[in-house]
Design a protein around this ligand. Structure first.
Ligand SMILES: Cc1ncc(COP(=O)(O)O)c(C=O)c1O
Length: 398
């Protein structure tokens, strides 16, 4: 019998999909899911037009680095394309152990575990360690993967104002004292570009016996010595129990990691469902991440260029009177405050061949609708000049 979408006993879930307002709006205005036809570094081709990519998280510009590309190709030749299984069963390979050792040592940790996605790593970095009856204190603006980890843990959560140590203190003071406690924060906030006020937050966590989980997806590769991240930037390695992050940003791959003491990582390997029941990181992706990690340590010019580009870019935006939400990093929002303004601005940039991503409520707080941009070490001076022209044009279209 043919499936009728409009029969009188239509399934409720199908009706939900059919009627969903957000999906209809997304399809009508099509701001997301654009598929590029080609890419070379920060240049992409979209619908037959060459554009500058201004929203990739390839901060150090290593995704096309010859050593990184060659390492991934060689790993695929040697190990095939997939691990075809989870780490505890048939999916573990010696290259996972090598990458984990190198990441742990780079981050000054005893151990590390890598997963096939940063989302899985960060979600499990919370879900594995917190339990029903625990208290979690989480920054209001943490990434969705951390919120999912909190939900999965079944712990009680209290949110504190974004990057606000005084509010964290108040929230902790008002909470139960007898429960195990966890603090969940990011090192660099992905939308805002803010650096966590880690010295103050870590001190409060220490005083109140909070186990701290810090997601450094956007701090790794960007802050600290050779890009060791936010914890290293502040020299607070002994005050943060878990650093989790992504391989898909500065490490020019896909996948994620959780780094901590050996005991903590072994606990994760025993209890984290996402770790136990999901296929292991693939050979090409592990090799790309490992090669990028080596490049980070041997070629400082990428980090230097990233910061020099970041300063030039933020100066361009400020010169045009744009609100960059006081970003301090290469993750640079342009806050425009309403979805209509954001859409106009984004379209104007596209007209000028600059590709960005718009981010609107509920992905950002009310009144903070923004264009999310990110600068890379690979952007050339010529591209920065073209970006400046495009921004000036977009400002006039507001
Ligand atoms: C703060 C943060 N954590 C985790 C992730 C997830 O990483 P991935 O995209 O590698 O799964 C992201 C991705 O955008 C992120 O911004």
């Amino acid at each position: 019998m043919p499936l009728s979408l409009f029969s009188s006993h239509r399934k409720a879930v199908l009706t939900r999909c059919h009627e969903d307002y957000s999906t209809k709006m997304r399809q009508r205005y099509a701001p997301w899911y654009h598929a590029m036809d080609a890419q070379q570094g920060t240049s992409v081709r979209l619908d037959g037009r060459d554009m500058i990519m201004l929203s990739s998280n390839d901060y150090l510009g290593l995704a096309f680095h010859p050593k990184v590309v060659e390492a991934a190709q060689e790993a695929i030749r040697r190990w095939g394309t997939s691990t075809n299984g989870a780490r505890p069963s048939n999916g573990s390979r010696s290259f996972h152990l090598k990458l984990e050792e190198k990441l742990a040592s780079f981050l000054g940790r005893e151990a590390c575990h890598v997963h096939a996605a940063g989302y899985i790593s960060c979600m499990s970095a919370v879900a594995a360690f917190a339990q029903k009856g625990d208290m979690i204190f989480a920054d209001k603006n943490v990434h969705s993967c951390l919120l999912d980890g909190i939900k999965l843990s079944l712990a009680t959560v209290e949110r504190f104002s974004h990057n606000n140590p005084a509010d964290l203190r108040t929230v902790i003071a008002a909470s139960r004292r007898d429960a195990p406690r966890m603090l969940v924060i990011e090192g660099v906030y992905s939308m805002e570009g803010h650096i966590a006020k880690l010295p103050e937050l870590a001190a409060i966590a220490e005083e109140s016996s909070c186990f701290t989980v810090l997601d450094d997806a956007h701090g790794f590769g960007v802050l600290g010595r050779q890009g060791r991240g936010t914890v290293d930037h502040f020299g607070l390695n002994d005050q943060v129990e878990v650093i989790c992050g992504s391989l898909s940003k500065s490490l020019a791959s896909t996948g994620g990691f959780v780094a901590a003491s050996r005991e903590v990582i072994e606990f994760l390997r025993t209890h984290s469902k996402q770790t136990i029941f999901s296929a292991a990181l693939s050979p090409g992706q592990a090799a790309a991440a490992q090669a990028a990690l080596e490049v980070m340590q041997t070629e400082p010019e990428h980090l230097e260029r990233l910061w020099s580009n970041t300063k030039k870019y933020i100066a361009i935006l400020k010169g045009l009177g744009l609100d960059t939400w006081e970003t301090e990093t290469p993750a640079v929002p342009i806050v425009l405050g309403s979805k209509e303004r954001v859409y106009r601005f984004w379209q104007a940039l596209l007209e000028k061949n600059v590709f960005t991503v718009l981010s609107i409520v509920p992905a950002v707080p009310v009144g903070k609708d923004l264009i999310r941009t990110a600068i890379s070490a690979m952007h050339t001076d010529e591209q920065l000049a073209q970006i400046a022209d495009a921004m000036a044009y977009a400002v006039k279209k507001l």
